[in-house]
Ligand binder design. Structure first.
Ligand code: URA
Length: 230
């Protein structure tokens, strides 16, 4: 059980004093009764409404979201909705595991476990990420060889060798385990091609598996275990 003002401040990423003002303005109900006591004790089993929205106090260790194009992976943005705003998740509670560009869709993990973020982001752990890539030009044999032997994208070190699965002339699945800035776009640019569409379909053994674009679900214990074990 926790105090209502703290629980709401954490869940909604508001300050406690703003939450108290909202409670004074009779905008909060618990179990269908408007409350005036900031300190009333609540738990995840209570039905809490803020204006017209139900507030979920349950925090999951790891969730997978299906990020749409046009949503950004940062905590504030002047132009686009952030992942936290779009999925109504508190940036105080959840860390993003890596990032996807604004114009990339697909699988993104968020976790309340900072250590797990660190582990999954560590290139030495070699967690594979699968990207479906639509290209401007047909993929050449030479480009595949370059990508698979470790392409130089102008960083201090060349990229680690990638795996390339050719779907059709202009669609590939690129499998990498690093997470450099704009890595996939830069890898394809380095082999004289251009990414037109980018979608992350898999991280380790986790796939979106029925999670529709714009929605999210909690990862199962088995999925979390497989991420932790690499
Ligand atoms: N590589 C990119 O270029 N963009 C992404 O969003 C992810 C990987």
């Amino acid at each position: 059980m926790q105090r209502l003002d703290k629980a709401l401040a954490d869940a909604l990423n508001w300050t406690r004093s703003d939450i108290r003002n909202a409670i004074k303005q009779k905008r909060v109900s618990v179990n269908h009764h408007i409350v005036s006591d900031f300190g009333v004790k609540v738990s995840q089993h209570d039905h809490i409404m803020f204006d017209d929205e139900q507030v979920n106090l349950v925090h999951h260790e790891v969730i997978m979201v299906h990020k749409p194009i046009g949503v950004v992976c940062s905590s504030v943005d002047p132009k686009y909705p952030t992942v936290f705003e779009y999925f109504k998740l508190s940036p105080k509670l959840y860390h993003m595991v890596g990032r996807l560009d604004q114009d990339t869709s697909g699988l993104l993990l968020l976790t309340t476990n900072g250590q797990l973020t660190h582990q999954l982001m560590n290139p030495a752990k070699k967690v594979e990420k699968h990207y479906q890539v639509v290209l401007r030009e047909p993929i050449s044999h030479k480009a595949i060889q370059q990508l698979e032997s470790g392409v130089d994208i102008g960083d201090e070190k060349a990229c680690e060798p990638a795996k390339v699965v050719v779907m059709d002339a202009t669609t590939i699945v690129l499998i990498i385990h690093e997470g450099r800035y704009h890595q996939v776009k830069r890898m394809l640019q380095a082999v004289k091609n251009e990414v037109l569409e980018l979608h992350r379909s898999q991280i380790g053994s986790l796939t979106l598996d029925g999670v529709e674009v714009g929605s999210w679900r909690e990862c199962t214990k088995e999925e979390i275990m497989s991420l932790k074990q690499g």
